[in-house]
Design a protein around this ligand. Sequence first.
Ligand code: SAM
Ligand code: SF4
Length: 329
Amino acid sequence: MLNQLTDGYNRTHDYLRISLTDKCNLNCSYCMPDIPFYLPNHELLSDQEIVKFAELFVRDFGIQKIRLTGGEPLVRKNAAEIIESLSRLPVELAITTNGVLLDRFFSLFEKIGMKSLNISLDSLMPENFNTITKHDQFFKVFENINLGLAKGFHIKINTVIKQGMNDHEILDFIEWTRNSPVHVRFIEFMPFDGNHWHWESVVSFNQMLEKIENIYPIEKLEDSLQSTAKSFRVKNYAGTFAVISTVSEPFCQNCNRIRLTADGKMRNCLFSQNEIDLLTPFRDGKDIRPLIQNCVANKKAERGGLGGFDKKEAKATYDKGRCMTSIGG
Ligand code: SAM
Ligand code: SF4
């Protein structure tokens, strides 16, 4: 029987983000802790378990959309086989990737009808990209983005903006949308365990918009109810842009997202302070559906109950949480 996953604030959850791995082939300064910690393989969901969990969420809880993330989802061994199996489910399947390995996957994505790709790119300057990611992969990623565009994929670019890291490139990204049909999404820098976050390093939605509006005539575009992004276009430009304002203006009231970590823990929010182990009871043959329902029922109104990020107590809590790669972004 199908049960919708509704929480105490009447929000229905039909969007599941699955982390395929906590490993990554880049080492972004705002994401990875200084000393990366990786889960041992036996603690991770196996290929079959990922597919079984996804089937259960779709069949029993009416999940409509699954996004694969990580770490870097495409570095997972057998990523292609897992993606192909998941594509047989009656859901919209999507992926967020750093783009390094994309060229190896285009034909699979074309075959399974995945038309839209979210690709992370934090700099249009090769040297700055290398500094941020600690890997010399700018040209590979940029080439793969252009290849994807040439093949007709709709490409959303995720760009985390951080003071002193790449805020001087905001207008370059806007300029990129002049002739290129990319959708650039500027993301406010968020706090996670080990990523050295502090308020002064956040460039807020208002600050970004002011910078852009000072130079360009922009128009607001319509956003879907559950969208995390506020979208705009510079008049007559081929591409569009948006800002994801998790820090300065959270968008929790319409949230429909739940998460499954690579080690089979369910999280009802990116900032949640609790997670529910689904993998151990699943391996013991137990019914995990009540656990899933409880997890959603206990979802807090906003940002995992952390409150404003400026509060000292909140900082102490998220400092002890998981890093972004182990949650699954
Ligand atoms: N490796 C893939 C990638 O980079 O696209 C998928 C995982 S990554 C964790 C997912 C998204 O989270 C990326 O767009 C990344 O830029 C973003 N992200 C990571 N750490 C962040 C932070 N501290 N604040 C805001 N966004 C962050
Ligand atoms: Fe890896 Fe993505 Fe995190 Fe960069 S943002 S370290 S690519 S998981």
